[in-house]
Design a binder for this molecule. Structure first.
Ligand code: OSB
Ligand code: MG
Length: 383
């Protein structure tokens, strides 16, 4: 008799949709502790579209990672509401497998953030129903998650260095600084002078063009972990030309909307690292597939963030237990964005800079009804 092995978990695609007895779309607004500046926009608050699913006394929340505006990505909270309500939720029928549901969702082109919101809500609901932490439902054992901070554009290099100082003192495993044309080489140099060995990277959110090649090459001297999305949000090919000219690894963010884009980017050599934002690529199942594909091709991935509330932040934490997430991502302490979040407990770093998985079934965080009500700017009951 061969030794008995633990039964592998059923593939996620085989899980079935439970009968839903209640569905709500809720929009909340939470002020940021400080404005978050990038090359494409400065955000001063978080407006988040939340989906609340109820089934047999169990309630699951999920957060759409879109912004109210289309400045980072084409989806907005308005388009996500439209797509979820008119096109996705009507496809959610009890007994449908998640694999079938994904196929049905494929009839809707794009709109991965909207799709992710529904799929993640169902996965959290199933995890709660089975009494499992989300990462266990996904099939991955618990592990501590590496932390990373994304520092927005600042008014002066001194202010930037001060922000990096605070991050280093907290023990963040890596620091990302936003850059844009005219606010790059000298600003990186200022940080490097103070922190010669800090794991450091930059994110341009697509602010440069190939014509800036000679300028971008100047970033090579700083030993950066990577430069994230230097060229257009819609480009992959030109990144492959740029990567050949740079020593620093390119990481793609905006350009990757799913596994096919990741495969194209890897085949062209357009990047050596991929930022997986579960919403941008259409959900947790797609994220896990991309991470696996990248690992098979020797490419590191990390979990991007969209300055989420505690709901989306917890999803990103659970996702990072998956194979392939080898680099610290944009998972920071709640207090970096909010004085008061809508979920408890807040994310905090331990003494070594790690983030623990919130224990308990589902996301492991409790959505505080009173805070959601206080922060809600709209509440639409759909079923
Ligand atoms: O480009 O990664 C990005 C936030 C909003 C939109 C785009 C980006 C970001 C971040 C912040 O960099 C990540 C986070 O801390 O959640
Ligand atoms: Mg980015």
């Amino acid at each position: 008799m061969p030794p008995s092995r633990p039964k592998p978990p059923a593939p996620l695609e085989a899980l079935t949709v439970p009968p839903l007895d209640r569905v709500d779309l809720v929009t909340v607004k939470l002020p940021f502790v400080a404005p978050f500046g990038t090359s494409v926009h400065v955000w001063t608050e978080k407006e988040a579209l939340l989906l609340r699913l109820g089934a047999g006394g169990v309630t699951a929340w999920s957060e759409c990672v879109s912004d109210p505006d289309p400045f980072y990505f084409y989806e907005t909270n308005g388009t996500a509401r439209h797509i979820i309500k008119e096109f996705l939720l009507p496809l959610v029928e009890p007994g449908t497998t998640l694999g079938e549901l994904e196929e049905r969702f494929g009839h809707v082109r794009g709109h991965g953030m909207a799709k992710a919101t529904v799929e993640n809500g169902l996965l959290v609901l199933l995890a709660l129903d089975q009494g499992l932490p989300l990462h266990e439902l996904l099939g991955f054992p618990a592990r501590k998650i590496m932390s990373g901070l994304s520092i927005g554009l600042k008014d002066s290099p001194d202010e930037l260095v001060a922000a990096v100082e605070r991050a280093a003192a907290k023990g963040y495993h890596r620091v990302k600084m936003k850059v844009k044309k005219g606010q790059d080489v000298d600003w990186v140099r200022a940080v490097r002078r103070r922190f010669p060995a800090l794991p450091l990277m930059v994110d341009a959110n697509g602010d440069y063009a190939l014509a800036d090649l000679d300028h971008l090459k100047r970033l090579d001297e700083f030993g950066l972990m990577m430069i994230e999305q230097p060229l257009s949000y819609s480009d992959i090919y030109e990144h492959s030309l740029l990567q050949k000219e740079l020593r620093t690894s390119i990481c793609l963010d905006e350009s990757i909307h799913g596994l096919a884009d990741a495969a194209t980017a890897l085949a062209l050599g357009a990047c050596r690292i991929v930022n997986i934002k579960q919403g941008r690529v259409g959900g947790l199942m797609a994220s896990i597939r991309i991470a696996r594909y990248c690992a098979e091709h020797g490419v590191d991935v990390w979990s991007g963030g969209m300055d989420e509330t505690g709901i989306g932040r917890a999803v990103n934490i659970h996702l990072q237990t998956a194979d392939g997430f080898t680099l610290p991502g944009d998972t920071s302490e709640t207090s970096n964005y909010f004085d008061e979040d809508i979920a408890d407990p807040p994310v905090v770093l331990d003494a070594d800079g790690f983030i623990g998985i919130p224990p308990g079934p589902g996301l492991g965080v409790a959505v505080v009804a009173e805070r959601v009500l206080r922060r809600a700017v709209s509440w639409e009951r759909l079923a």
